[in-house]
Design a protein around this ligand. Structure first.
Ligand code: UD1
Length: 393
């Protein structure tokens, strides 16, 4: 059997790593009967957004890198389709396996389907019901075209059924990202928070926390201090000044007064801060430390130690649920409702309304870390994904 996996952006990399492990294990026991080809569209190309994750997660170098790079959505998807079509025609795979909801996911599903190649979508059935999100369009198209839809939770199965997807195409396998988390948890836990900060300071930043005088906690190592961890990159938060600026001021003026804030900054957010004239204020603020995008283990370690997470990332909502980190999700909706507190998770939606953010932030200060494990988020999802492909009729 020949399988081509297609990845393109950072959130794909923690999903492909366990799948490759599962294929390797199967091949060892079954005389290399699966030929697996890894294609990277190159949507994320900075070393820190891409290569670092390949290294951290021991993903073999992509067999083919399409070098698509940045661009509008149509440019990214269009270029990916043109290049993927050549690869698919040449390689004639039995299956295309795609992950999540990034532009590469949709580009590969459309291209493969038109060539009558079977498509398997890992992380199928997630819905935010917000078609302003580019990822929702990617999810809808991909799920509509896929032959095998592997879901991370039961709520996703319901979504697919509501859309008329036949039962036999759907398989509940659990969350493949948690395979990576469990496989790397121990390694991450050995990292030192202070080292992570010092090794990842953005140019012009100093480790302000270490510079501060702490008379009562002079010898207290930083990792025993409380800190807030932030990530923001969604266009809905960072692309408009009138939305982004109040969030920044809430962080600097309120959260920063309570505890240090560490912010591994996404290239999109950095560009927007610079273009809105907010960069200098953020860089110079003494309560906030800007970091480069962190590696996989570094981010996991920071998440393990954070008092509170403020994020608009989907994957972090899931990781916070497993680790129990109180998570304020700066979105009005989520395609991952299982991570919400009402479903037992660690996250609460706060949109970008500062009142709501303030209220939930205050509440989160009194919350304990309570890890939760949704059904089949057990670290063994990749094996179930491969079984589903192999037993497909
Ligand atoms: C993409 C995914 C999103 C995911 C996010 C995680 C889609 C539609 N979106 O959004 O689902 O949550 O990745 O990171 O696929 N840039 C760099 N270096 C890079 C990559 C990007 O500087 O390595 C810049 C680009 O030039 C662009 C901006 O960052 O200006 C955003 O990149 P883009 O690929 O458009 O999407 P993301 O916002 O990263």
């Amino acid at each position: 059997m020949k399988i081509i996996s297609v990845v393109g952006a950072r959130p794909n990399f923690m999903k492909i790593a366990p799948f490759i492990r599962a294929v390797e294990k199967y091949n060892k026991e079954n005389s290399n009967s699966i030929e697996h080809i890894l294609v990277h569209t190159g949507q994320h190309y900075d070393d820190r957004m891409s290569m670092k994750f390949f290294q951290d997660l021991e993903i073999p170098e992509a067999d083919i890198n399409l070098g698509i790079g940045s661009g509008t959505h149509a440019e990214q998807v269009g270029q990916s389709m043109i290049e993927l079509e050549k690869v698919f025609i040449k390689e004639k795979p039995d299956w295309i396996v795609i992950y999540g909801d990034v532009n590469a996911t949709m580009a590969a599903s459309v291209t493969a389907k038109k060539l009558q190649i079977k498509v398997c979508h890992v992380e199928a059935g997630l819905r935010s019901y917000d078609e302003k999100m580019p990822e929702e369009i990617n999810r809808l198209v991909t799920d509509r075209l896929s032959d095998l839809l592997l879901t991370p939770d039961k709520l996703s199965i319901e979504n697919l059924k509501k859309e008329g997807v036949a039962d036999k195409k759907i398989k509940f396998v659990g969350n493949i990202m948690i395979d990576s988390l469990e496989a790397n948890r121990e390694k991450a836990s050995k990292l030192n928070v202070e080292d992570i900060i010092n090794n990842n300071l953005i140019e012009g930043q100093i480790n302000k926390e270490m510079e501060k005088e702490k008379p009562e906690a002079e010898d207290l190592p930083l990792h025993s201090l409380q800190f807030a961890l932030i990530t923001l990159h969604r266009p809905s938060n960072v692309d408009e000044k009138q939305i982004f600026e109040p969030i920044i001021h809430f962080l600097l003026d309120e959260v920063g007064k309570d505890m240090p804030i560490f912010w591994p900054i996404h290239p999109r957010a950095q560009k927007q801060l610079q273009s809105f004239g907010l960069w200098k204020e953020v860089v110079q603020n003494e309560n906030l430390v800007l970091l480069q995008p962190l590696g996989y283990h570094e981010m996991l370690r920071m998440n393990m130690g954070a008092k509170v997470m403020l994020t608009d990332s989907g994957g972090l909502q899931e990781e916070c649920t497993i680790l129990g980190t109180p998570c304020l999700t700066l979105r009005w909706n989520t395609e991952r409702p299982i991570t919400l507190r009402e479903h037992g998770g660690a996250s609460v939606l706060v949109g970008n309304n500062i009142e709501k953010l303030r209220k939930e932030y205050q509440k989160s200060l009194n919350l304990e870390r309570i890890p939760e494990r949704p059904n089949l988020w057990d670290g063994n999802t990749a094996g179930r994904c491969l079984d589903a492909i192999l037993s497909y009729k």
